[in-house]
Design a protein around this ligand. Structure first.
Ligand code: ADP
Length: 375
């Protein structure tokens, strides 16, 4: 039986493992926290640091094929393992391009991929050379995630907020919509693409409210998004499951923001909403089977369950009974024992052919279901 390793043991790893149970594969997870969401679902849990060369190298020698659920991993170890015959999906060279936002941006320019114009900065002081370029967004080359390491620089007085490390200064886009597209590439180069997903923001809270699939876009833009996403992933020259994040603006432009070289938060709805989920697709790629069918079964909405503002300590879910009583609503809890404000604890997928029904359910679920803490 093929031995497959996953670097990282969070919720993405957990959902990968739920799906792995359908395939002839022995699963291994490398993760520092023995109570992480994926820790109890794999065949072999190895406690270790995904950023340490030795830990990753030793782990890699136990498996035939290795993948990631987070991109902050030790790439030197992966490079060595690849030389020694371990299949790394996606390839280490592709992970290198993506892990660093400077090399990612350069990759877009070199391949004529539409993306917002940018400068590279090595120190905060260099920002003052680009006053004519403002408003812009400053992003650290390495180490950022979930909006950390991203800073808007509107005017000269914001320069002090910029980063004093190698970074990208990107022209601010007048965003109409934020879109994500999952693209799968098999080991023989075959491709499958999922319908674009739209992130819907809560304007009052300035937070992601929910996501919708398919994205509501004019037909021309819908197909431009699809074509650009497939094109950029093909250029990465590696098998894998990739999430392409894009912006559309009011002038009809479609720009690539960034790529995640792995299963992605924006693809959870594919578990119930599509014939082959992003997790199923990735196992097919890792194990060398034909790709699955990415087509949609029904339109969907997705609501993340995040820790309440006042939640600290042992998690307690409120409203689960109500939500589990709704038709075509699917609850996924990630098995995290402790909750913190804003921590991702789970998600809920809603399926319906009617957009109004999806939005109605989104409102109900956000009102009723809460991840609080024990009093
Ligand atoms: P992360 O990798 O931390 O998710 P992103 O590059 O996706 O960082 O940026 C986080 C958010 O910042 C995006 O979802 C978007 O709302 C905003 N943002 C990023 N780049 C730009 C840009 N060039 N113009 C306008 N807003 C942007």
């Amino acid at each position: 039986m093929i031995k497959a390793g996953i670097l990282g043991g969070g919720q993405l790893g957990r959902m990968m493992l739920q799906c792995a149970a359908n395939y002839p594969v022995e699963t291994f997870v490398l993760e520092s926290d023995p109570n992480a969401p994926a820790a109890h679902l794999c065949h072999r849990f190895i406690q270790g640091d995904i950023n340490q060369y030795e830990d990753v190298y030793r782990f890699g020698k136990m498996v035939d094929v290795l993948t990631i659920e987070i991109e902050h991993v030790n790439l030197d170890a992966l490079e060595q393992l690849e030389k020694e015959g371990v299949t790394i999906i996606p390839r280490t060279s592709t992970l290198k391009t993506i892990k660093n936002k400077i090399s990612q941006k350069k990759f877009y320019s070199e391949n004529q991929i539409p993306t917002s114009p940018y400068f590279i900065t090595n120190s905060r002081d260099e920002l003052s050379k680009h006053l004519d370029f403002l408003p812009a967004v400053h992003k650290t080359a390495e180490g950022g995630y979930d909006g950390k390491g991203v800073q808007s620089i509107h005017t000269e007085k914001d320069i002090q907020l910029g980063f004093d490390t190698p970074s990208v200064l990107e022209k601010k886009v007048e965003i109409d919509k934020e879109i994500a597209v999952l693209v799968a590439i098999g080991q023989q180069g075959e491709t499958a693409v999922y319908s674009p997903v739209e992130m819907v923001f809560d304007d009052d809270l300035n937070l992601l409210s929910h996501q919708l699939c398919p994205a509501q876009l004019p037909e021309k833009i819908f197909w431009a998004v699809d074509a650009i996403a497939v094109n950029v992933v093909k250029k990465l020259n590696s098998p894998g499951l990739f999430a392409v994040e894009l912006f559309t603006d009011n002038e009809g432009n479609v720009l690539v923001n960034e790529i995640a070289p792995r299963v992605h938060n924006s693809g959870h709805h594919t578990i119930e909403g599509h014939f082959s989920s992003q997790y199923d697709m990735l196992w097919r790629i890792l194990l060398g089977y034909p790709l699955g069918n990415p087509d949609m079964i029904l339109p969907s909405a997705l609501v993340n369950i995040v820790g309440e503002k006042t939640a600290h300590g042992n998690v307690c879910y409120f409203g689960l009974n109500d939500v589990l009583g709704m038709d075509n609503v699917f609850v996924h809890l990630y098995g995290k024992k402790s909750v913190k404000p804003g921590r991702k604890m789970g998600h809920v997928t809603i399926l319906s052919a009617e957009k109004q029904e999806l939005l109605h359910r989104v409102r109900q679920i956000k009102q009723k279901l809460k991840a609080g803490s024990e009093s």
